[in-house]
Design a protein around this ligand. Sequence first.
Ligand SMILES: Nc1nc2c(c(=O)[nH]1)N[C@H]1C(S)=C(S)[C@@H](COP(=O)(O)OP(=O)(O)OC[C@H]3O[C@@H](n4cnc5c(=O)[nH]c(N)nc54)[C@H](O)[C@@H]3O)O[C@H]1N2
Ligand SMILES: Nc1nc2c(c(=O)[nH]1)N[C@H]1C(S)=C(S)[C@@H](COP(=O)(O)OP(=O)(O)OC[C@H]3O[C@@H](n4cnc5c(=O)[nH]c(N)nc54)[C@H](O)[C@@H]3O)O[C@H]1N2
Ligand code: SF4
Ligand SMILES: [Mo]
Length: 699
Amino acid sequence: MPADTHCPYCALQCAMTLTPEPITRPGSASVAGRDFPTNRGGLCKKGWTSVELLDSPERITRPLVRQGDGTFAEVSWPDALDLVATTVASSRARFGADSVAVFGGGGLTNEKAYQLGKFARLALGTSRIDYNGRFCMSSAAAAGNRAFGIDRGLPFPVEDLDQADTILLLGSNVAATMPPFIGHLAGARERGGLVVVDPRRSATAKLTDDGAGIHLQAAPGSDLVLLLGLTHIVFAKGLADLDYLASRTTGADALRRSTNAWWPERVQARTGVPAGQLRAVARRLARGRGSYILTGRGVEQHVDGTDTATAAINLALVLGLVGRRGSGYGTMTGQGNGQGGREHGQKCDQLPGYRKISDPDAREHVARVWGVDPSVIPGPGLPAVELLNELGELGGVRCLLVHGSNVVVSAPDVEHVRRGLATLDLLVVCDFFFSETAALADVVLPVTQWAEEEGTMTSLEGRVLRRRRALEAPAEVRSELWILQELARRLGAPGEYSSDPAVVFDELARASAGGLADYSGLSHELLDTGIAAYWPFAPGSEGTPRLFLDRFAHPDGLARIVDVAPAPSEEAPQQGGVLTLITGRLLEHYQSGAQTRRVPELARAQPEARVQIHPATAAGLGIVDGEVVELSNVRGTVRCRAELTADIRHDTVFLPFHFAGVECANILTERATDPVSGMPEFKRTRVRLVASERVVADA
Ligand SMILES: Nc1nc2c(c(=O)[nH]1)N[C@H]1C(S)=C(S)[C@@H](COP(=O)(O)OP(=O)(O)OC[C@H]3O[C@@H](n4cnc5c(=O)[nH]c(N)nc54)[C@H](O)[C@@H]3O)O[C@H]1N2
Ligand SMILES: Nc1nc2c(c(=O)[nH]1)N[C@H]1C(S)=C(S)[C@@H](COP(=O)(O)OP(=O)(O)OC[C@H]3O[C@@H](n4cnc5c(=O)[nH]c(N)nc54)[C@H](O)[C@@H]3O)O[C@H]1N2
Ligand code: SF4
Ligand SMILES: [Mo]
């Protein structure tokens, strides 16, 4: 039977139909794009090839336990689960509940994310839970919460963008990261109104060619200044929407005063964007109401990412774009369930429904749903980078359970993470592949893939979607809900743990009732009708496709304009091969590459990491196209081939982070984080670049 579901990868959640191929390819399915507002039947290469992983020979199909000699042996489920439960219980008894930690992922269904948060708090009793969304959405989420009192990536349906006159897209390469989405940019492009800010002439920047818009090739990390500059022009030229500022916001006066200092020529000197272009973009954004401002990881994954996202929100508020039909601000959520994954309790400071774990009323409500006393629920834990820093530290984490992340490839400063993992008493990894992180584990538990499970995902628009089962999983593979249920039972945990996704969803809905991300009017049954379910969705309501039409989520209903300022400028010394490294994505690979490097077609298309360098910079360093180079800093060295391209600034190099071993970009990135969000600095790292032979010759 064909099953209607959604792609396993990114937050666009393109709709697809899977048809099992029992005779030609048992255990696999064929895939077809399905008409849906986000993708209109289209899929990208990753979506089309996603089924290749269902019957991949590399799939883990039995629980594995590391032996004394370092090899893995297949064991039965009871043996594997007993081992995990006894080691965890003894760690708790000897070193306290916070010696056991959980690391989750934005690819988990809502049901799994919810059950994982509950399991950590009740069955493990630990405060130490966080997830890879900290590396992804945390800055934009923090900025949204601060400004609007709520964090929903796009507070409007994607199709609203079709009518846009102008779209300012900062640090987002959607042409590579969400290809079907570019259909929604077509209207703005026809009207000459697509503005892309990126240090590279990315595939998305190229969409501005031929009069479709303009590419602002700003220096990495200079977006905050750029946005203050645009805001300055809006105020100075009388383009601000003063009625809107007075009736719907607070804080505009302080912003007007502070942006006085950011006149266009000064901004040009800091960003490299000509003052004339800045004026043209500000005027264009203020023209009529059809303007949208959207941000991606390029502006958010910085130590000042929250303030930069805030500056983008401020500009949108000053122009009066937010909470009005036909205009808006949004951030492009990344992972398949990046939105839902950040609503139901995987975050270290959060309970289901986007409630604060420190709020007594929230604790009371959730404790009632869980059938426990509120005092049983631990307090706030640590955000991801700090959590990983605690591995093996005195009084720190000794057992770690990983669900849906490949941290030794995707976390900043991976060599430090690897050293931390090596000190653990127990590392448990649930995955369907033997990822680089699974390879370091003591216990690896094989879980179901998307096509083999029921559940829900929440897309970048805050729309809750049904994931439907098309196939039976391999015999010895289990769902994560079942694994958590079994472990909870062995640990004598309070509360109920179902392995039925519909039952878990109903509980999640009750736990979220009255919270910001309220799912209480939803059920699998209702979602199966195909209803367009945008949260908040209270019982009897029709959901909320567009937020903020009447009010923002702060108690007074007003949006907060938070005055933000850039750090003092530090000029990068560009001599001697010292350059700014930015990291990001290729169309063909997903995240740490644990999945897509195992798809033959994708691996053939992008078999290895290549660092993009401007030809003039390369010439100065004597580097030729295709040559092996080394990028180094105090944390380590990456070795890969050079790809010469005039699409990047002279002072900047770009490396994708999808590869492991000596090609792993996160050998170089640092653990410094944004003070508000905990987001690490992924997109501005100082490196020294040399040709590889030269290193050998010097040595
Ligand atoms: N193919 C593919 N698609 C994906 C993913 C994937 O791994 N592969 N992952 C998904 C996920 S989880 C996410 S979060 C999204 C991410 O989607 P994007 O945000 O589009 O991805 P990135 O490539 O990380 O960064 C986007 C752009 O930011 C630019 N950039 C870097 N530094 C700066 C800067 O300082 N300022 C500005 N203005 N731009 C800068 C880079 O040159 C890059 O072109 O993609 C999702 N879709
Ligand atoms: N340098 C640099 N580093 C980055 C970024 C960057 O731009 N630059 N981007 C960051 C961002 S935005 C993100 S989102 C992270 C992502 O990086 P990771 O957190 O490493 O994400 P994935 O590679 O998707 O890893 C998911 C793992 O979980 C498995 N998996 C998938 N679904 C499930 C499931 O349902 N259950 C279980 N148990 N396992 C599952 C997959 O097989 C894979 O091994 O990387 C971050 N790291
Ligand atoms: S754009 Fe995202 S959701 Fe759509 S097919 Fe590609 S990876 Fe899947
Ligand atoms: Mo992400």
